[in-house]
Ligand binder design. Structure first.
Ligand code: TRP
Length: 418
């Protein structure tokens, strides 16, 4: 963001002094405006307006006051060029107007209609600001965030932090906007849930500490120099499960299988890394493999149908794109009578046959412990990546096993049946 300024030339300034209970909507002009919270709402969430806190109507964006309770000032910034990969938003001009008089009693109250928990402006104790970025919605990632919140509370940090949770709903440019929001908000630490979120965040800041949660391979994703000594502003917890255990599920549950079909998004570094390892192990056992990749959730149904024609059993790693369309994958798998082994328990609950996966609630708690260490002065550069590989668990979907006529072998007598 441009420091100093303000040059109002060619730009306009809109002001909002909207107590949260007054559901008035101010015209912001467009997405990408920069918002400052002023007056009694100084502690409120500043940042860049994204589609997350706007309603779109007739091609224009309207500020939803509930998203940022209390008086705010919005200044126009250059609109993002649209497609991802293009230069991120840069503030053209930023003009801070005088504090607004509209501040009324109670206007800095926490608003329950939003995921953003604003600090109470009447409290003088400083709270740490934590931004949480999640790339897409699927149950496993939601569980991680729950574990993170539980972990903070269990360690006495529940009241010491302000959490700003943002979900990009599968959109890369929204992810970049969220990253910008956390940067302009000067968050103390960011929790990046899953690889795409950690990459989006790390691409935009080398100073704000980032804790990556459930990033399969920090090295493959280009986020750290090494797991033992990350060397930059990123550390975190990997959800990699042992390759042998995954391969064992394939060969033990469908011993007659000759060809294994891989379903994943080739743009997800986490998936590419897992697939390469599992393929190598399968090849060493003399099995053939075939790939069917997707680029977004819209591709998933057709890709699964095509893949099912070419293999005896399918495999999908902890791929965020596939996971968010898992019920569709399961339908295709059931109809084609080709089972699918998956990377995580949530994908088993959603109709996958089985997994060797880690405990994501616990993973979220471990990430909270790392975030707290950072708030207390530790540096990500010297905090080794943590793994949960030893604590994995076998999960089997009994209904799916029955559907495919699979008798669960004795080696899996301790498996959790979902
Ligand atoms: N490991 C994934 C990543 O690195 C994130 C993830 C966690 C995930 N749990 C999952 C993906 C379950 C799919 C299903 O991005």
């Amino acid at each position: 963001m441009v420091g100093g300024l303000p040059s109002v030339k060619g730009n306009w300034v809109k002001r909002f002094g909207v107590p949260p209970k007054v559901r008035r909507t101010g015209d912001l002009g467009q997405e990408g405006a920069d918002v400052r919270c002023v007056g009694a709402n100084k502690g409120g969430t500043a940042g860049i307006i994204s589609s997350l806190d706007c309603k779109r109507s007739k091609g224009r964006f309207y500020f939803v006051p509930a998203a940022r309770p209390g008086p705010c000032v919005a200044t126009q910034v250059r609109r993002k060029e649209t497609a991802m990969g293009q230069k991120r938003n840069r503030v053209l001009a930023l003009a801070l107007a005088a504090a607004l008089v509209l501040a009324m009693a109670g206007c800095a109250q926490k608003n329950s209609n939003t995921n953003t928990t604003n600090s109470n402006a009447n409290t003088s104790t400083k709270k740490y600001k934590i931004g949480i970025i999640q790339p897409i919605e699927h149950p496993s990632l939601d569980t991680i965030y729950k574990g993170f919140q539980d972990g903070l509370k269990e360690q006495g940090y529940g009241d010491k932090v302000t959490l700003d949770f943002q979900n990009a709903q599968g959109d890369q440019s929204t992810m970049n906007t969220i990253a910008q929001r956390f940067i302009s908000n000067k968050d103390d630490v960011v929790l990046a849930i899953a690889t795409p979120a950690a990459q989006a965040m790390a691409a935009q800041t080398t100073t704000i500490p980032i804790v990556g949660a459930a990033v399969t391979s920090f090295t493959a994703a280009g986020l750290v120099k090494s797991d033992a000594a990350p060397g930059g502003n990123v550390t975190g917890v990997s959800d990699a499960a042992p390759v042998d255990a995954q391969v064992g599920l394939i060969t033990n549950l469908v011993p007659t299988a000759k060809t294994v079909g891989f379903l994943y998004n080739s743009g997800e570094a986490n998936s590419v890394a897992q697939v390469a390892q599992i393929k190598a192990a399968l090849k060493a056992k003399g099995l053939a493999t075939v790939d069917q990749t997707v680029t977004n959730t819209n591709d998933v149904q057709q890709a699964t149908q095509a893949l099912a024609q070419k293999c005896d059993i399918m495999y999908s790693p902890t791929d965020n794109t596939v996971a968010s369309a898992m019920p569709t994958v399961a339908q295709v798998s059931n109809t084609a009578k080709i089972p699918i082994i998956v990377g995580a328990d949530s994908m088993v609950s959603d109709g996958g046959l089985a997994t060797a996966g880690v405990d994501y609630l616990q993973l979220g708690k471990n990430a909270a412990t790392m975030a707290i260490k950072i708030l207390e002065g530790s540096k990500p550069a010297t905090m080794p990546i943590e793994t949960m590989t030893k604590d994995y668990q076998i999960y089997i979907n009994k209904k799916e096993a029955d559907l495919f006529g699979i008798t669960i072998p004795a080696v899996y007598k301790d498996a959790k049946l979902l």
